[in-house]
Design a protein around this ligand. Structure first.
Ligand SMILES: [Zn+2]
Ligand SMILES: [Zn+2]
Length: 473
């Protein structure tokens, strides 16, 4: 019976964490895989190379905010422009028309040079005003958070709450005609409440939280919107990732490193479209890709049809066998067959609790060696003959093999049938998995693009890659 249950193939990194192939990296000439997974201990580390402004795209170092750009303090995400209004240089928002109170006078019909000079002056004045505000602790985020928290704890007491206060105000209002001061209090209170609810409904990002606090603070202190200061634009970091094992053995182990110019690779430039990285060692370019094509449930066993694809421009010889992998190590060095909250799909961000089969349940004979042609050859083939058909043995496959073995092979693809006999009982919220070992041969033309040095002392030099096949149970 063919099943539509979900299956995933994960690759085990050098710290024993299984990860989707798209999360994996292969450091040049290394026999290990690294991943981006945030599990302990991580297999790779990131470091900040430099920073750039997301608005003006200039690289800036040793600062947190852009030296030139300012954001609107009312609508927050819009950038401010420097405009000349009534013979004054001001910051103006094109979205909400907010204008900065800080301005620099310019003469009538000022030349471009004069305006540029005034703009520089304006930028400096805003920076100074912000420093003064920070110094006075006017807009300190910590202080505002404390204010919000104390309000909330009041709320929890139920003796005092904004609702009760508002209700009292409401009755008072009905009792007598409204005096102007009272209506002001009420409106500012309802705005406060709105902000608080906003804060509680969703966990705001740090950025949004800060902004909410700024506006809230301004309201509480009665700061008029015209007195608000333009907001600074935080710089964005350019990060590179390195393999921890390679670093420990004294090699650079760079996995991914961005280009210096943040626009490089963009189609707005004339050349180098798509070349975003100075170095990109994503595993998808080197490691054979494995996916489950079909699953068939027999009475006492499950049969998986795996398609193995060579992504490189050279040939690859490989075989599959049982894997000794038995899970992640915990703090005390104990390994556990249960891997909790494991990322199984990068796109949907689905996480599973995965239980590996016991060692005796996953034994099978190592398969024979198969040779996968280069990916380049297939592209040529596609041009000549558009009907790239799957072998008949694959299209007719129904999962009747006695044990794990190759079913067919064509160009850069090969199909492997994996037979799993189920003896384990399945617990709630757990999905079963079988570790498999993919062995890729080095030398004699096989897997040259990996740049791994061949160990000539061995008759055949195999590189072991552990793969975890997990299915919805
Ligand atoms: Zn900028
Ligand atoms: Zn605005």
């Amino acid at each position: 019976m063919t099943s539509t249950k979900k299956t995933h193939v994960l690759y085990v990194d050098h710290q024993g964490h299984p990860a989707p192939l798209t999360e994996c990296f292969h450091a040049t000439a290394s026999r290990r895989l690294s991943s981006t997974l945030q599990r302990f201990p991580p297999s790779s580390v990131t470091s900040i190379d430099s920073a750039y402004c997301p608005n003006c795209l200039t690289s800036q170092d040793l600062v947190q905010y852009c030296n030139r750009c300012q954001r609107c303090s009312v609508c927050v995400h819009s950038m401010l422009q420097i405009m000349v209004r009534d013979n004054h240089c001001v910051y103006e928002c094109a979205t909400c028309q907010w204008r900065s109170a800080i301005s620099v006078p310019v003469v009538e019909n000022a030349s471009k040079v004069e305006i540029a000079r005034a703009a520089e002056d304006l930028c400096l004045q805003v920076k100074e005003a912000r420093q003064v505000a920070d110094h006075k602790d006017l807009f300190s985020e910590r202080k505002i958070r404390r204010g919000i928290q104390s309000l909330r704890s009041f709320d929890r007491d139920k003796d005092w709450s904004l609702e009760i206060l508002e209700a009292t105000l409401e009755t008072k209002r009905k009792e007598k005609s409204i005096r102007p001061e009272e209506s002001k209090v009420e409106s500012s209170l309802s705005i406060q409440r709105l902000n608080l609810e906003d804060d509680e409904d969703r966990t705001p990002t740090k950025f949004e939280g800060t902004i909410g606090a700024w506006q809230w603070q301004a309201l509480v202190r009665g700061v008029h919107r015209n007195d608000l200061l333009p907001l600074p634009v935080p710089l964005r970091a350019r990060r590179s990732r390195r393999c921890r094992a390679e670093l420990a053995s004294g090699r650079p182990g760079i996995l991914v490193k961005p280009k210096v110019n943040p626009l490089e690779g963009d189609s707005s430039l004339r050349t180098g479209h798509g070349q975003w990285w100075r170095k990109d060692s994503s595993a998808i370019h080197v490691i054979p890709r494995v996916r489950v094509v079909k699953t068939v449930y027999q009475e006492a066993s499950i049969h998986f049809l795996l398609q193995v694809t060579n992504p490189t421009l050279g040939l690859i010889r490989m075989r599959w066998g049982p894997s000794p992998y038995c899970g992640e190590e915990d703090w005390d060095g104990n390994v556990t067959l249960l891997l909790q909250h494991l990322l199984v799909d990068t796109i949907t961000q689905e996480h599973w609790n995965v239980r590996l089969l016991e060692a005796e349940e996953r034994q099978f004979e190592t398969t024979k060696i198969i040779e996968l042609a280069s990916a380049e050859d297939t592209l040529l083939e596609l041009n000549h003959n558009s009907g790239n058909q799957v072998p008949e043995a694959i299209s007719r496959w129904s999962g009747t093999s006695e044990q794990t073995q190759w079913i067919g092979q064509q160009q850069q693809d090969a199909w492997l049938e994996v037979v799993v006999e189920i003896k384990s009982t399945i617990k709630n919220n757990e999905h079963l998995a079988i570790p498999l070992r993919m062995q890729v041969e080095l030398g004699n033309g096989s897997w040259e693009s990996s740049l791994i040095e061949q160990d000539t002392s061995k008759e055949t030099d195999w590189v072991d890659i552990d793969v975890v096949l997990t299915w919805e149970s």
